[in-house]
Every structure is written in C-alpha cells, then in structure tokens.
Design a protein around this ligand. Structure first.
Ligand SMILES: N[C@@H](CCC(=O)N[C@@H](CS)C(=O)NCC(=O)O)C(=O)O
Length: 257
C-alpha cells in the first residue's frame, strides 16, 4: 500500500490525494501540519530531504513532485484511467498541467501564503520562528517563509500574482466553454490539478469568478466537488481551508446570494 505524506487536501497535497481516491487505491495517510513545520522535522527529511510536501513511498521507492506523482499513480495502479487515449487530448492535459504548475500555482501560492500561512504563524514567539526558519533545508523555501512571516511580499509581486489569477480565471472559463473537461471529453489529471487551485477562485476573487460571469467554471467545480472521491478526500481536511470548499454543495442561486 502506498504511503502518502501530505498536508490539507489543497494545492500540491490535494493532487495525489485526489488521484489515489479516483483510482480507488487505498493509501496510508501521513498528515504533516505545515503550520507546525512538521515537513522540516528529521523523520520527514529522511523521506524527502527537500522538506516539501507531498511525498509518496511505494514498493521501496520515494516519489516527489505532485504532478509527476499523479502520473505515476495513474499508470501504476488499476482503476479508471485519468489520462486520455487520444494524443491531442493528452497534449492538452499536459499543457494545462504545465500552465497550472509553472504559471498559475506560484501566484496562488503567494496569495495563500500572504493571507493564510503568514497570519496563521506570525504571532508565535519570534525566537521560535527564527529557529524554525533556520531548520528549513532549502534557501528558496526559507525565503518564502520569511516573506510570509514578516509580511514582506511587495506590492508589485502581489499585483502580478493577482493579474495572473485573473488571466487564469478567464482561460479556464474559455476552455470549459469549448469542451466539458480541460483535456476534452473525459475527466483527467488536468481537472484534478486545476480543481485543487480553482476551488478558491470564487472565494478569493468573487467579482471575477461567479455564477454570472464564469458559469461553466462554477458548474465544473460543483460537478468535481460532488464526485465520491472528492468527498472522501476533502473529509480528511483538518483546517478551515477544506471547510471553505463546502460552498460548492450549494445550488447556483444560493451560492451567488
Ligand atoms: N513542486 C513541488 C512543490 C512542493 C511544495 O513546495 N509544497 C509546499 C506545500 S503546497 C510545501 O511543502 N511548503 C512547505 C514549506 O515550504 O515549508 C510539488 O509540486 O510537489
């Protein structure tokens, strides 16, 4: 049975969690509390020396990088296929995953770290926080934590992140106007990847992402949220991040009200 080291069903952790559930693969869940810096403790660094989440172990091997883990899970286990057979649709699935991982996710992450992660830990003992930062193995992640804790995201970089999110909202709506799922005719890894970021769009950008302006996206989010695998995984959430998704079980009129 694979072991998955993860945080909330959200962003990078949510991607392999949801893929395993869609395939019907039972997994041993190891919840790491990102806000308690569990990902930098020796037990986890022995699994993933980079100190980032998620990571998976299976048959004596260690897997990192959430999108690559999704592809491994889809191919290594039986269950419904989450990669299209058609070469053009497969290209479109990978195009979306590249766009999400390289362009959109870092901007979502910056906003999330600015409004949720930073404020969640900022009031702790300053010496304890400095010691926690010093234990982070990668200089890039140390810099991200410093910015979040000391609220050092610049006006320019936040504006650029908001610009990218606005562009992502429109691209998603356009894609879902042309076909039912991001790759084409079937639910794929691209939809799973996108859902883990996009569920937050109507909450954080209500003027841009709503039933009137982006109806296809809202219907797509509700359809994915209603899937048994999504319900199973989102029930594993322990913080307010996962509870925020329940707005998707409301009917369109109620959701807009
Ligand atoms: N490219 C990696 C990114 C992993 C990553 O940075 N994960 C974040 C959580 S979404 C993390 O571990 N942050 C904790 C930290 O930096 O201490 C992936 O897709 O798995």
């Amino acid at each position: 049975m694979p072991k998955l080291y993860h945080w909330e069903p959200n962003a990078n952790s949510g991607k392999p969690m949801l893929t395993l559930a869609e395939k019907g693969v039972a997994f041993e869940s190891h919840y790491l509390d990102l806000l308690n810096f569990d990902q930098h403790k020796p037990d986890y660094l022995a699994v993933n020396p980079a100190g980032t989440i998620p990571a998976m172990t299976h048959e004596g091997r260690v897997f990192t990088e959430s999108t690559a883990i999704m592809e491994y899970v889809d191919q290594a286990f039986p269950g419904p296929k989450l990669t299209p057979d058609d070469a053009y649709e497969r290209w479109r699935m990978r195009w979306w995953m590249k766009f999400l991982d390289q362009y959109l996710a870092p901007s979502f992450s910056m906003i999330g770290w600015s409004v949720f992660v930073g404020p969640s830990v900022r009031d702790r003992d300053p010496a304890e926080l400095e010691a926690a930062i010093a234990r982070i193995p990668s200089p890039e992640r140390q810099a991200a934590w410093r910015k979040a804790i000391y609220n050092e995201f610049s006006v320019e970089e936040m504006a650029e992140s908001n610009r990218r999110v606005a562009l992502g909202i429109d691209l998603l709506e356009q894609a879902l106007t042309e076909r039912p799922w991001l790759a084409g005719e079937t639910y794929s890894l691209a939809d799973i990847n996108a859902f883990n970021l996009a569920y937050a769009m109507p909450l954080s950008q209500p003027a841009l992402s709503n039933d009137t302006r982006t109806p296809k996206t809202l219907a797509w989010l509700r359809t994915i949220y209603a899937r048994p695998a999504t319900q199973q995984i989102w029930a594993m959430g322990r913080t307010s991040l996962a509870q925020r998704v329940t707005y998707l079980s409301q009917k369109p009129e109620a959701a807009d009200a």
